[in-house]
Design a protein around this ligand. Structure first.
Ligand code: C2E
Ligand code: MG
Ligand code: MG
Ligand code: MG
Length: 283
């Protein structure tokens, strides 16, 4: 501590701060090596259609298995990957894995599934983003209709004309687009229409206590109704209980994702769900 220097430098030398910045530095150093060391894996979590109870797609979710630390949660490294720009190579890797894997399932004869890939704002705003998507589809041979890009509301914070143009290009290629974590960021209802997204993913923070909190119930009800009026599919994230499921079905929600059906699982386990044609009981 160097109190005598006064002002901000007191905080700068605070041992806690030091520990935190060391932790961050070590995380960054390890993150830089994780790709070449093959420490990442893609897990898949099914999306279920609430009319049929059947799987119609899945979200690709990255997992980092560090040799010493074990599993590191995306919540702990994605923000750092975004700050450092590492999200570009990491994101491209996830995209390619997800497309390859989905193509493989198609080739094995499973019913068509759409794979959803999370795209950070930094990735989306790269000038060559559309080209990267095109190249990946060509390289993997995946039908563009079987790819969905999940974009959060903060993608839309800047340069709206560019976003509309990019969305339009992606749509004309046949790629699907969903708005992730809807309601937690800079939500603009007019953008939903202007961006012409296919799916609105209602954030799990609203679903968690939807059956006990009247305000969240009202928000979820309104979002489902609005999506339906705009002819956008509604998908509820983080559905864990039968009570939540009943509420969502009553309100006319189209699709769900959550532990009530399956956690995110490795590709080989996901394939078993497809093989066994696992269904959600809607009774
Ligand atoms: P997200 O895109 O909103 O993904 C959904 C998260 O909800 C996942 O967390 C999933 O495991 C979790 N989840 C699903 N169902 C339930 C449930 O019933 N209960 C609970 N408690 N949680 C549920 P995960 O895999 O830890 O990922 C966290 C976030 O990290 C993601 O949120 C996404 O924003 C980011 N992320 C993950 N993979 C990638 C990636 O490849 N690229 C980018 N840019 N971000 C990613
Ligand atoms: Mg997502
Ligand atoms: Mg989400
Ligand atoms: Mg979320």
């Amino acid at each position: 501590r160097s109190k005598e220097k006064g002002g901000n430098s007191y905080h700068y030398y605070h041992p806690e701060m030091n520990k935190r910045s060391l932790h961050r530095l070590s995380l960054e150093i390890n993150l830089r090596k994780a790709l070449e060391r093959n420490e990442f894996q893609v897990y898949y979590q099914p999306f279920v259609d609430l009319l049929s109870g059947q799987i119609f797609g899945m979200e690709a979710l990255i997992r980092w298995f560090h040799p010493e630390w074990g599993l590191v949660s995306p919540a702990d490294f994605i923000p750092l990957a975004e700050e450092t720009g590492l999200i570009i190579p990491i994101g491209n890797w996830v995209l390619k894995q997800a497309c390859f894997q989905n193509k493989k399932w198609q080739d094995l004869g499973y019913p068509a599934q759409r794979v959803s890939v999370n795209i950070s704002a930094i990735q989306f705003h790269q000038p060559q983003f559309v080209q990267i998507i095109e190249d990946t589809l060509e390289e993997t041979g995946l039908d563009p209709k079987l790819l969905c890009l999940e974009i959060t509301e903060n993608v839309a914070m800047t340069n709206v004309p560019y976003i509309i143009e990019t969305m339009q290009k992606l749509r004309s290629m046949g790629v699907f687009i969903s708005i992730d974590d809807f309601g937690t960021g800079y939500s603009s209802f007019s953008y939903l229409k202007r961006f012409r997204v296919h799916t609105l993913k209602i954030d799990q923070s609203f679903i968690r206590d939807v059956t006990s909190d009247d305000e969240n119930a009202a928000i979820v009800t309104a979002l489902i109704a609005m999506a339906s009026q705009l002819k956008i599919k509604s998908l509820a994230e983080g559905v864990e209980t039968k009570e939540q499921l009943d509420f969502l079905m009553l309100k006319g929600c189209d699709e769900i994702q959550g532990f009530i059906f399956s956690k995110p699982i490795p590709a080989n386990e996901f394939e078993l769900l497809l093989k066994n044609n696992k269904q959600l009981s809607l009774l």
